[in-house]
Design a protein around this ligand. Structure first.
Ligand code: NAD
Length: 309
């Protein structure tokens, strides 16, 4: 059973590859591979095939040959760096290359499902908490605009060509291998080094933080559940926690004192989030398994083992 994973060497993509390989699948992973160490578990497997290339140069005919599942995770992620000149790069990767992949997928007769990794950031500053999928998106960052545009493309290819797509809106994901620019990774590093933790805004904004293996589980469910084509589904923890409270918990779990410095909230950031999981539970049978304390402990342990010193 062959699956193709774009963004396979990224934070979430690498965990997905580990899981698919453990399930006995043949996995073709595509990535520019800035962080090849994320593939340390996958690479030794004879069923893992790495295409170490930019998506724009991939020979889709050969990559998608006999493919049953596509997981499209490759993207330029990050809200703050999406303003200004880098936006062109966000558009090229997150929108244009998504369309190229969708077009290629039309010529893959064995395809059973294409799972697209979207983001809760498309919701923006919404009033409805917890937020159901029926809430109209109001993106407040250029990054979120590109993810919403890509969602629309995925939907168009489903509506017009019957492509068997599922869009999952991931809420803020954390765990081992989290990108070093993301808040928890930065906080663990700052606390370990005794430097101040950056807090944007007043630190009281509440977010839905979901552990990476729960996100991976949602993708596995999304290829196995029948009658899902064209669906759009939230994937979060279903709980919400104040950012500063999480940082304090990290310091507590690391058994370290910590200092912090407040910064103004950057544009496009800071919207509270809280996933309404009613649909995920109903159509996917999704139920998050990892609580915040357990998940943070495993992210801290991973940092201490692999990045410390
Ligand atoms: P990541 O940056 O760790 O992984 C993305 C991977 O895509 C990277 O390894 C990168 O090298 C690869 N990539 C990007 N452009 C490429 C290109 N043109 N060709 C080949 N490879 C390319 O990001 P992540 O946190 O693992 O996020 C994965 C997906 O989930 C993204 O689509 C992101 O928008 C979405 N998402 C993530 C979060 C989160 O909290 N991490 C939340 C919501 C949605």
């Amino acid at each position: 059973m062959k699956a193709v994973v774009t963004g396979c060497a990224g934070f979430i993509g690498s965990h997905l590859c580990d899981r698919l390989l453990a399930m006995g699948m043949e996995v073709v992973g595509i990535d520019r591979c800035d962080r090849p160490w994320n593939l340390a578990l996958a690479l030794p497997s004879p069923r893992f095939h790495l295409v170490s290339q930019d998506l724009s140069t991939v020979d889709w005919n050969s990559v998608l040959h006999h493919c049953r599942f596509i997981f499209h995770l490759a993207a330029v992620a990050g809200v703050r760096s999406s303003w200004g000149q880098p936006f062109g790069h966000y558009c090229q990767t997150n929108i244009h290359l998504t369309q190229v992949l969708l077009d290629a997928a039309l010529h893959c007769p064995t395809l059973e499902r294409l799972v697209f990794a979207s983001s809760s950031s498309v919701y923006g500053l919404v009033a409805a908490m917890p937020t159901p999928e029926t809430t109209p998106p109001q993106p407040i960052s250029p990054y979120a605009v590109t993810k919403y545009a890509a969602e629309q493309l995925v939907n168009l290819y489903h509506q017009n060509y019957g492509l068997p797509t599922v869009t999952l809106r991931f809420f803020t994901t954390y765990g081992p291998r989290q990108r070093s620019q993301m808040a928890f990774a930065k906080t663990i590093q700052a606390i370990a080094q005794g430097t101040p933790v950056d807090i944007y805004g007043d630190g009281q904004q509440r977010k839905d933080f979901v552990y990476v293996t729960d996100v991976v589980q949602s993708m596995v469910l999304a290829i196995h559940c029948p009658n899902l084509s064209g669906e759009l589904i939230n994937v979060g923890s279903g709980t919400t926690t104040a950012v500063q409270g999480v940082f304090a918990l990290i310091a507590d779990l690391m058994q370290k004192s910590w200092r912090y410095v407040y910064h103004p909230m950057p544009f496009g950031d800071g919207s509270p989030s809280w996933a309404d999981l009613t649909k995920a539970q109903k159509v996917l049978g999704y139920a998050p398994q990892v609580d915040l304390k357990t998940g943070l402990l495993s992210q801290i342990k991973d940092w201490q083992e692999h990045y410390c010193g």
